[in-house]
Every structure is written in structure tokens, then in C-alpha cells.
Design a protein around this ligand. Structure first.
Ligand SMILES: [Zn+2]
Length: 455
């Protein structure tokens, strides 16, 4: 048997997004994740082609359903991939709604530019016909004597670390690692006795703001807005963040920490994802499962309104204040949020609350920074008179200290740590810290680098 295996870093090297690692075990080519690099990656052109032949890949294993880990799977199929795709059942179910939504946006935008979209509806359905699901902790064999298990990463519902084992050698691909302890999900599983680790480093060089006060801060923003009889608008990501927000508001309302008022959930994709969360309650942490067993519906509370269609969405504006509107997209670069922003930003009674990261160049970032005093939304200038608030304690990723602690559990056996899925300075800082603290060999790979491992 051949003893040396290789990993090629086709994506997620020197960048947070675009996770795509090829694990060649000699007789099998195993791809780990196949994510989009950025939202603008939408035309089927040379610069968006894979740097390998997808037809030669035997297996694709998926860590979780965020676009930067699954967004290019249909393109992989379009370009000839016919192997098996593996993920946890929750990851597959969420991927179905996420990729359907991505396809809709992709097709619209490609049409506007006049280019061939990255993939089509047919490619998406073909991908799901190749897709098999495996529960956490169940060992499956992908060939070449490689045994694989999914371990709970605690990042989003269904998120998994991928453990590959052959003979007495073990490697783990972390995907994204949850900011444990998290509100709904269990903690990231502890790992030990592994030889190689390929890990994320989104927050490799930074620690999170104290999160103990985040619920109190949220309550305060809600109460202030209530007193002003305004509209509180909360832009939110559809997956995980929206469900956490509902969970928090449910707690605040049911314990009487904030007054009851209408809460409009105007985010179709987030609604579909929430339905999947309900289906997988068995994956929630013990606390939340107990709350549910005691009769609480953690995503429902008095005066909660799930908006069904565009005409209902349009009528929210005319409804009585004070009220709360939760809408997507999380960075205001599309979706129903923009219309609400247009309606409410000009009035100082109202509030916009950001609970997620706003990337540079997005409307969300422009509103959050409030630099110009006005923003341009879909053909109209709107003055920024509303209160603008941010709570940064709801990150879904481990911060620097916790990433270091995570590696520490397996420091005794690790031969090498590949620090990926972060900006270069973030990955380098984390790699330096791991080396300094545990004396481990670390590598910060660049795109298309190949590393040999003893596996
Ligand atoms: Zn993620």
C-alpha cells in the first residue's frame, strides 16, 4: 500500500471563503467542501474554472451548509463530477434550500450581466441525486481503506468536522468551528489522538467582545425603541443567526424583560431554514431540548408574525408602532430588508440593529458606519436619521483564544497543523501561537500548494 497522501489547497487558503481541499490518499481523490469565494462569482468563465478535473474526483465530503463551503457543488457536477457526496442529514436538507436560493440570485444576476450562469437548475438537482447522508459518529468507508466519521463542530445546525482514519493514522478537517457554548447547539466536540489537523482561522488573530451582556444589550435596544414608538429593524442571516435571534426574543418576551409588541419575521429563506431546525431538535443542546420538553416553542411567542408573501411584507409599513421587523439579507445586499430600510431610515424614532458582520462595500456596512448621513437604496437617497446600533457578541466562530485551546487537546499527538480558511494575517498569527505554545509544526498554505502527509 502507498503510504504517502497529499492535500492540495484549491480554496480556503489565504482566504476565509471558498473552502476546497483535495485529499489524495493514493487510490482515492477525496474533496473536502466546494465553496464559493465571493458573491460575485457568478459567470461560467475561465477565471471561475476549477484548477483540477472534477471528473477525476471520487468523493466529496461536506462540512456544513454555508455558501463558502457548498456554493460551487453544482458547478463541480456541471464540470463532470459523478462521485458520491456525503454530509450529515441536516446539512443536506439545509443545502437544498440554500442552493435553491443561490441559484435564483445567480440566474437573475447572470441574466443582468448577460453571461452564462455558473450552473443551472439541472446541475443542482443532479448534485442532490449523488448526495448521501450519514449521522454524526457513524463510521463509513469511502474506499482506499479510509474510514470517515462526522463529529459535531457546533458551528451551525448539522455542521461537522470530518475525521479520516486509515490504519493507525488520523486527520481531521474542521470546517468552521462553533463559538461554544452556543445558545442552541451543543459545544464543539473535543478531539484527541489525531496526527494531522486542517483547521479554520477566521478569527485567528482576534478575540470576541464579551458576550455575557449580549442578551441585556438586545433587551435595551428593544425597550428604547418601544419607548420611542418606533420600528426596530434587524437585518439577519438566514442560517443560524436568524434562529438565534428568534430564540433570544422568545426568551425576552416570555420572561417579561421586554414589552410585547408585533415581531414580523419577513425572511422567506430564514423561515424555510427555521422549519428544518424544528425537524432536527434532537441536535440541539441539552438546555434547549429540556426547554422544548417542558412545552416551550423556542421559535414562537405572543405577537410573532411569520410573513408569507410580498403583499403581506408591503403592509407591515402601515401596521402600528412600536414593532420589530426581522428581515434578510444579513448585509442588506438583497432581499426584503432593503425596502424596509428605505421606509424607516429617515425617521429618528426608528432603529436599525446589526447583530452580524457587515462586509466592506455592502449597504449594511454603509448604514452601520453612518459616514455620509444618507444612503442610496434602489433608486432613492434616504437620510440616515434612525438610531443605528450594533451588538457584536453573536459570532458563530471560535475566537483566537478558543481556537488555540481547541488545538491544545490534541497537542501531544499532532504532527502538523494546516491553518486555513482565514485572512493571511489571521492564519499566520494563529500558526505562530500554536507553534509557540505547543511546539507544533504549522503550515499556512497558499492557494494550489500541495502538502505531503504520512497517512
Ligand atoms: Zn460556516
Amino acid at each position: 500500500m502507498q503510504k504517502k497522501s497529499t492535500i492540495t489547497f484549491y480554496g480556503g487558503a489565504g482566504s476565509v471563503t471558498g473552502a476546497n481541499f483535495l485529499f489524495n490518499t493514493g487510490n482515492k481523490k477525496i474533496l473536502i467542501d466546494c465553496g464559493l469565494t465571493h458573491a460575485g462569482q457568478l459567470c461560467y468563465v475561465l477565471e471561475n474554472k476549477f484548477h483540477y478535473n472534477p471528473a477525476e474526483i471520487d468523493v466529496l465530503i461536506v462540512t456544513h451548509a454555508h455558501a463558502d463551503h457548498i456554493g460551487r457543488i453544482p458547478q463541480l457536477v456541471k464540470d463532470g463530477f459523478r462521485g458520491t457526496i456525503y454530509s450529515t442529514p441536516a446539512t443536506k436538507d439545509i443545502s437544498i434550500v440554500m442552493l435553491a436560493d443561490a441559484l435564483r440570485i445567480l440566474t437573475d444576476e447572470a441574466d443582468e450581466i448577460g453571461c452564462e450562469p455558473l450552473y443551472s437548475r439541472g446541475d443542482v438537482s443532479k448534485a442532490f441525486s449523488l448526495w448521501q447522508t450519514i449521522d454524526y459518529h457513524k463510521t463509513f468507508i469511502v474506499g482506499d481503506s479510509v474510514h470517515v466519521r462526522f463529529l459535531d463542530a457546533g458551528h451551525i445546525l448539522g455542521s461537522a468536522m470530518i475525521e479520516c482514519e486509515r490504519d493507525d493514522k488520523k486527520i481531521i478537517f474542521t470546517g468552521d468551528l462553533g463559538n461554544s457554548p452556543e445558545l442552541i447547539l451543543p459545544d464543539t466536540e473535543k478531539i484527541s489522538n489525531i496526527d494531522y489537523l486542517l483547521m479554520e482561522s477566521v478569527y485567528g488573530d482576534r478575540n470576541h467582545e464579551d458576550r455575557r451582556n449580549r442578551r441585556e444589550k438586545l433587551a435595551q435596544v428593544i425597550r428604547e425603541n418601544y419607548k420611542r414608538k418606533g420600528t426596530l429593524l434587524i437585518p439577519t442571516f438566514a442560517l443560524q443567526r436568524a434562529q438565534i435571534l428568534l430564540y433570544e426574543i422568545n426568551k425576552l418576551v416570555e420572561h417579561g424583560y421586554v414589552p410585547e409588541m408585533p415581531v414580523y419575521f419577513d425572511a422567506p429563506l430564514a423561515q424555510r431554514v427555521t422549519t428544518i431546525f424544528r425537524r432536527y431538535q434532537k441536535l440541539f443542546n441539552e438546555n434547549v431540548r429540556e426547554e422544548i420538553a417542558n412545552g416551550d416553542d423556542i421559535f414562537d411567542f405572543p405577537q410573532f408574525v411569520s410573513i408569507k408573501n410580498v403583499s403581506e411584507s408591503l403592509s407591515i409599513e402601515k401596521s402600528k408602532n412600536p414593532k420589530i421587523i426581522i428581515a434578510s439579507s444579513g448585509m442588506s445586499n438583497g432581499g426584503r430588508i432593503r425596502l424596509h430600510e428605505k421606509n424607516i431610515l429617515g425617521n429618528k424614532r426608528n432603529t436599525v440593529l446589526f447583530i452580524g458582520y457587515q462586509a466592506f462595500g455592502t449597504l449594511g456596512r454603509e448604514i452601520q458606519e453612518k459616514k455620509k448621513g444618507k444612503v442610496y437604496i434602489d433608486g432613492k437617497w434616504v437620510r440616515l436619521r434612525a438610531h443605528i446600533k450594533s451588538i457584536r457578541g453573536y459570532s458563530g466562530h471560535k475566537d483566537s483564544d478558543n481556537l488555540i485551546k481547541f488545538v491544545g487537546d490534541s497537542a501531544k499527538t499532532l504532527q502538523k497543523v494546516f491553518v486555513t480558511m482565514g485572512e493571511v494575517k489571521s492564519s499566520q498569527f494563529l500558526a505562530y501561537k500554536i507553534k509557540e505554545l505547543y511546539g507544533l509544526d504549522t503550515v499556512v498554505p497558499r492557494q494550489d500548494d500541495v502538502e505531503e502527509i504520512d497517512f
